[in-house]
Design a protein around this ligand. Sequence first.
Ligand code: ZN
Ligand code: ZN
Length: 293
Amino acid sequence: MIDYHMHGNFCGHAEGELEEYVLEALGKGFLEIGFSAHLPKVVDPDPYHAMLENRLPDYVALIEHLQMKYRGNISIKLGIEADYFPGLEEKTRELLAKYPFDYVLGSLHFLGDWHFSSKAGRHRYDSEDPAEVFPRYFEILADMIRSGLFDVLAHADALRKETFEPGPGSQKDYVRLAGLLAAHGMAIEVNTAGLRRGAGSIYPDRLLLEACGAEGVPVTLGSDAHTPADVGRDFRYAFRLLEESGIADMAIFEGRKMERRPLTDIRDSQASSRLYELLSGEGGPGKGGPAGG
Ligand SMILES: [Zn+2]
Ligand SMILES: [Zn+2]
């Protein structure tokens, strides 16, 4: 099993040394993990959201150190979670090119001046209209995929919250996004943080995942852990959702090259079944009940 979305104390809003995440993953039987701290913002730097650029070399060096220290026990990938800022593609590309990342998760956390994923942005949900916001959001996601900056589309519909949902017309957006992901050779992330963050279900919505399954888009799995205990959280629900959505392959990355592994191989490997047992023993899922969407 693999967890490709983990933060740590390089991000001002996350906690725990990176090594604590490694030890947690080892204890849970993971064979491979990847760190994905937030890439320094290329506009309006904000150490609460993402480390400042002068810390990026330390982040890379620490992960390289951990790779050596735990070699033979667990594979540790050097990932990063990069925001997409329309119009700042070249600045983002230049920053990403400076380091030997294994993969880049592409994310939207900002919609214009609205940092919708932050505590500070929560109140805006009361005044925004989902019927107006979601079509605009999906349009930016499409540009984001076409930018070629990213390897994985992370928490694709992180804008969902409680009753703030895309309307029934969103099926055509899902089909279009899945087609674009396939055309650009990208993977989509199945992110269990949706269960803990008020969306009430895993990101992305089951219908988007089914559209990806139909297009042969592979997936990565991510807990979006911002504290070590959350590594691998609720992965049993993610696996069930994957199997029900017709997803065939998981994507593994090295040096920004993707390799596909059949989902069944990952599920059936011994370490994974051990992990599955361990995870089955944990308490209930995050707020909102089992995965669905
Ligand atoms: Zn974060
Ligand atoms: Zn994120």
